[in-house]
Design a protein around this ligand. Sequence first.
Ligand code: PEP
Length: 253
Amino acid sequence: MRKRIVAGNWKMHKKLEEGLSLARDIRVRLEGRCSEGKEVILFPPFIHLAGIARLLEGPTGFHCGAQNCHHKTEGAYTGEISASMIASAGASHVIVGHSERRKYFGEDDALLAAKIDRALEEGLTPVFCCGETLEERESGRQFEIVGRQIRKALFHLPEEKIRKLHIAYEPVWAIGTGKSASPEAASEMHAFIRSEVAAQYGRESAEAISILYGGSVKPGNAAGLFAMPDIDGGLIGGASLQAADFEAIFNAL
Ligand code: PEP
């Protein structure tokens, strides 16, 4: 059975004390309600990671991760953070390929493939983000774009490794805009992603991968999205910054 997950991407929000306090609040609200099959993952800024990893130790089903990692093992890359540093801070996951990284930092498919490799080598679980822009959707190219993103960044992996990651479908036009994809549109893309994975690796592997939806998920629309058969949870941006909203979204899982 694949996992059902609610993950919070805090982006560049929260000073250290505010971040620790939010993580503490989320733990208090959700302790005893997570399990091996139903997880919470928090993605705070790098400097919060070690503190939040400690704070989430103990109860089953709580994890934290980084929002990015460098694609090299180590070296003279001022300002960068490696996958092994992330793991050594006690984190277990890492987001790779968020559309903001693609857009503002020029991250392309080849670089993302290298980051996926580094993350897996360090035992981190990558959450690989893919999604089309508004222009790509309006011109009917959304399946071509998302299909290419997952093929180029993921399909070099052997079968035993593809099962070790999660995928987040995040249409760029829905991120931070308040305009979520409809459950039907999101579900159609999730089914497409799963069928592409199945065509490459077989149905069993495709069924083992959690595919999260991200893009303006809120307490009011989470239940409709999470009820769809191929949507295994959400990657939440804005609404993950308030513990009460995050809890309400978890309740919809
Ligand atoms: C995100 O950036 O991953 C995201 C889903 O943001 P939001 O929920 O704010 O649209």
